[in-house]
Design a binder for this molecule. Structure first.
Ligand SMILES: Nc1ncnc2c1ncn2[C@@H]1O[C@H](COP(=O)(O)OP(=O)(O)O)[C@@H](O)[C@H]1O
Ligand SMILES: [Mg+2]
Ligand SMILES: [Zn+2]
Length: 594
């Protein structure tokens, strides 16, 4: 017998075969049993969640001579022919390749004919959102003219693209993505039927990768089985190998290395992962997932359902959740996310990841520029040390220590532990972090000015402190604004006019000058600066080789604001707080990567 892919072989044949989607099955059974089916159904949901399967089961239920309580038998001639898609009265049409009005006209003609052998004629239109506007109109007419014993099931992955005229005629069912447990259950069922020995963790790894699609999970199982056909059983490592994935062990060790601040260990793990046939971007993705899980754990607690989709067990995430601040985690995620995008384009994705791993080893030392500025301002204003700013999100440590435990900051005993809330009793300021000397990139969340700063008049350092936040918000708001801000830097502030310079290509630059981008950007600054307005001016600069070489390497986050003094505009270097910063931190600390 020819090999049949699992997705087809194990397509649910009757309602009871369905895993998940119980409410939908229940409602449909009920409607069939009571003879009150709608004439038009819309099944909405992502790929591989059972829309086609349920449509066929409904067609069987309507026509099966042995149907009981609205459920088809699944084994009679009618049920079999519908399952094989050979029944003349159950017509499946792919709207994606029959999207024109002429195609629907043909459908309209055929609707009028009597069923060949069944009671109901059922039309299943897949990807119905792909129909052209006039085709939708024709479909609407078809609904109006169709005889009482015709049923339509329109399946779509994009419900929002279906016109309201159609929606208002239909009963809509939304198919949920399958949960991990359901996917594992369905895979387990297949493995049992196929007499395959597969580790539970292997099924879970497949399930996670399928991201809610039953069909994808079954395809992956097909591949794993083909790969491991000669072996006795299938282990999680086989799946990891097939997917080019890092095993959970590797990811767990990487996470621990981040907590310890060991770049060397991280690089070693990557090396071993690549030697074992793994792909760098897969390790990056898995590490990202682990850090995301850590963030969930930290923000939502142990019982968060969000943790279900994370491969690493909580025990592996906990040390990181305790040692790393939310800000550090967000920054680490941002670094990885940018690296993931870059890795697709660069020739040497491994190098990209290596650079990021080295940075990840230092996220625990991170001190926000907002904090430093606030601290400096206080120092400058001569405030007594005991009434200083809130503690930094992460206590800065001079050098990575080999212990995984979050070491307390090298500051007086009253300093709360790293994970203490920011509003904790104000400790004396710890000496400026040595790590800040390299001029950390500022993650957007860091760039919040302290409250003391927020009420002050607009100064350049206030703008600089919110710059990354504004940039990130811009990125979130629209792709074009994000692109326009990618290579932008704050040049200076003079008389309420903020000059932003950018080496963006001219077509992007010209967009910045239109209200379409200028207005939202100005609004973002206004929000970030507590309602105060800034006038924005833009200058285009061509990137000099020197600048280009000081730009962070691939995988790095966008350049920090580099400010050069220019006549007429007040330079950031003239700001007292920056002068002070230079004195305290040992000069030249405003620019440059880490
Ligand atoms: N709810 C489910 N229960 C069991 N298997 C399912 C379910 N949903 C999907 N599948 C599996 O995935 C395959 C594809 O499902 P299908 O109904 O074609 O999805 P869709 O039409 O939503 O893309 C099916 O053949 C079946 O093997
Ligand atoms: Mg389908
Ligand atoms: Zn039947």
């Amino acid at each position: 017998m020819a090999y049949e892919v699992f997705a087809r072989k194990y397509r649910p044949r009757v309602f009871d075969d369905l895993i998940g989607q119980e409410a939908i099955a229940q409602t449909l059974r009920h409607a069939v049993a009571s003879g009150r089916t709608a004439s038009v159904y819309i099944f909405a949901g992502s790929h591989g969640v059972g829309k086609t399967s349920v449509a066929r089961i409904l067609a069987k239920a309507l026509n099966c001579p042995n149907a009981k309580d609205g459920a088809p038998c699944g084994t009679c001639e009618v049920c079999e022919s519908i399952a094989r898609n050979e029944c003349l009265d159950v017509v499946e049409i792919d709207a994606a390749s029959n999207s024109k009005v002429e195609d629907v006209r043909l459908l309209r003609e055929s609707v009028g004919y009597k069923p060949a052998s069944c009671r109901f004629k059922v039309y299943i239109l897949d990807e119905v959102q792909r129909l052209s506007g006039s085709a939708f109109d024709a479909l609407l007419k078809t609904f109006e003219e169709s005889p009482p014993l015709v049923r339509f099931v329109l399946a779509t992955t994009e419900l929002h693209k279906v016109p309201t005229t159609i929606l208002s005629r239909a009963q809509v069912f939304r198919f949920q993505r399958a949960g991990l447990d359901d996917i594992v259950r369905s895979l387990r069922r297949i493995c049992e039927a196929e007499k395959l020995t597969v580790e539970d963790e292997a099924l879970r790894a497949i399930g996670r990768r399928a991201r809610g699609s039953m069909r994808d999970s079954q395809k992956l199982l097909d591949q794993v089985v083909a790969l491991a056909a000669s072996k006795g059983g299938i282990a999680a490592a086989d799946v990891a190998f097939l997917l080019g994935d890092a095993t959970t062990d590797v990811v767990a060790r990487c996470l621990a290395a981040i907590v310890r601040g060991s770049a060397a260990e991280l690089l070693k793990e990557l090396d071993q992962h690549v030697r074992a046939g793994g792909k760098p971007d897969a390790l990056g993705a898995d590490l990202m997932e682990a850090l995301r899980g850590t963030l969930y754990l930290k923000t939502s607690g142990e019982s968060s359902p969000l943790l279900e989709d994370v491969a690493l067990p909580k025990e592996d995430l906990r040390p990181a959740a305790e040692a790393l601040s939310e800000e550090s985690l967000l920054y680490a995620l941002q670094l990885l996310q940018e690296a993931q995008m870059n890795m697709r384009e660069v020739r040497d994705p491994r190098l990209t990841l290596e650079l990021v791993l080295v940075r990840l080893a230092r996220v625990r030392e991170l001190v926000s520029v907002g904090e430093i500025l606030a601290r400096l301002q206080r120092l400058e204003s001569g405030a007594p040390r005991t009434t200083s700013v809130a503690p930094p999100p992460v206590a800065s440590r001079p050098a990575p220590s080999p212990t995984p435990a979050p070491a307390p900051a090298p500051a007086p005993a009253v300093v709360p532990p790293a994970a203490a809330p920011r509003s904790a009793a104000p400790p004396p300021p710890s000496p400026p972090a040595p790590s800040a000397r390299g001029g950390y990139q500022v993650p957007p969340e860091f760039a919040r000015p302290g409250t003391a700063v927020a009420t002050a008049p607009i100064t350049l350092e206030r703008v600089l402190a919110v710059w990354e936040q504004v940039r990130e918000a811009g990125r979130q708001q629209s792709a074009s604004l994000g692109r326009a801000l990618e290579r932008a830097r704050i040049k200076g502030l003079a008389g309420g006019r903020l000059t932003i310079e950018t080496s963006a290509p001219s077509f992007i630059f010209s967009q910045l000058e239109t209200p379409a981008l200028r207005d939202p950007l100005s609004a973002l600054f206004r929000d970030a600066l507590g309602g105060e307005r800034l006038e924005l001016a833009f200058e285009r600069v061509s990137e000099t080789p020197a600048e280009a070489s000081s730009r962070p390497l691939p995988g790095a986050s966008p350049a920090p604001p580099v400010v050069s003094p220019s006549p007429g505009t007040r330079s950031v270097y003239d700001e007292p707080v920056v002068k002070l910063a230079q004195r305290v931190l040992g000069s030249q600390s405003t620019a440059g990567g880490w």
